[in-house]
Design a protein around this ligand. Structure first.
Ligand code: NAP
Length: 307
């Protein structure tokens, strides 16, 4: 297969930490250009905006969008309109209707749209899904508590409207839950606390159900000390635990299984498979749950937040 020439948009934390190494490590992909307002690279043509990149004449097959979710619709739309395949960071867009419109647009233009959920590529997720498929599930608990100051220093966009607040990490847990639980999840109650003067929540508690099974979620963005990214599932065969974001799987009576982080190499491998088959992959269930939580939320104003 010819190398897929990728234009990367938004040279920020996740682009540098994960996308650039994953592209460099995959022989089927080549970084061909960068579009970022305040960052550039010496080894490929760099542009301030995706529009400039698309108009430049640099030959591209695909773009990888590593920008915040708000504004991603316009970027993805421009790329699809230009006939390019698109891979998007999570959350795929600022609203469900934006993401659905992009899926329709990609289909109409005959290009591949990949709305990625990197946490689904954590090593324990697929074995957990398979193990749960044969079990009676009685309850599940999501505990996702991390320190915004440690993981998102200075990222003001995350607490702006459309930035998702603590749903930015929390949607990773929802992407795993919607993958491993056999029945569709729905939100029954949402308590959302937004710091005074900001728009994005720092704390969220959800009561959900998967068929009749209660599923709770506790998302906290002010967790200092040990960080927790756990999902516990009670079953008729004992408790399954996915911890550290899905990378460690504990099954009853078995030693924990932990594997090295391969989430982003697996995302690019999957993108390559989608390009080969011509299929898109746009699963909006995690985004829909976040939207539904906002729809029925009991909102509280919390203490002001500063970095
Ligand atoms: P980031 O460090 O702020 O990087 C995003 C980049 O996008 C910025 O450096 C900025 O580059 C560009 N950008 C374009 N429009 C922007 C706007 N309106 N506001 C702010 N930046 C804008 O953020 P990130 O942590 O990489 O997150 C980007 C996406 O990746 C998010 O959807 C996030 O959920 C996802 N993600 C992040 C992580 C993580 O650990 N941080 C992990 C997995 C997924 P220019 O200023 O040069 O244009």
């Amino acid at each position: 297969m010819e190398r897929v020439r990728v234009g990367l948009v938004g040279l920020g934390k996740i682009a540098r930490d994960q996308h650039l190494p994953a592209i460099a490590g995959n022989p089927n992909f080549a970084l061909a250009a960068i579009a970022s307002r305040n960052a550039a690279r010496d080894d490929v043509p760099s542009f301030a905006t995706i529009e400039e990149m698309l108009a430049s004449g640099v030959e591209l097959d695909a773009v990888s969008l590593c920008t915040p979710p708000r504004g991603r619709f316009e970027q993805a739309h421009a790329a699809i309109e230009a006939g390019l395949h698109v891979m998007m960071e999570k959350p795929p867009a600022a609203t469900v209707s934006e993401a659905a419109a992009l899926a329709d647009h990609a289909k109409a233009r005959g290009v591949v749209l990949f709305a990625t959920w990197h946490s689904r590529e954590a090593a324990g997720v697929e074995p957990a899904r398979q193990w749960l498929a044969d079990r009676r599930i009685d309850a599940a608990r999501i505990i996702w508590r991390e320190d915004i100051r440690r993981w998102h220093p200075g990222q003001d966009w995350i607490l702006e409207a459309g930035g998702f607040g603590v749903f930015d990490p929390g949607i990773n847990a929802l992407s795993i839950a919607t993958r491993i639980l056999p029945d569709p999840l729905r939100v029954e109650r949402a308590d959302i606390t937004v710091p005074a003067g900001r728009q994005g929540p720092l704390a969220v508690q959800l009561d959900m159900r998967s068929a009749t099974v209660p599923v709770s979620a506790d998302f906290d963005f002010l967790q200092t000390g040990p960080q927790t990214w756990d999902i516990e599932v009670d079953t008729d065969a004992g408790m399954l635990t996915l911890s550290m974001g899905g990378s460690i799987l504990r099954l009853p009576g078995q030693a924990p299984v932990e594997q090295p982080d391969r989430e982003y190499p697996r995302l690019y491998q999957r993108f390559g498979e989608l390009l080969a088959s011509g299929e898109s992959d746009v699963d909006l269930r995690p985004l829909q749950l976040v939207a539904d939580a906002f729809l029925i939320a009991d909102r509280k104003v919390g203490a002001p937040f500063d970095w």
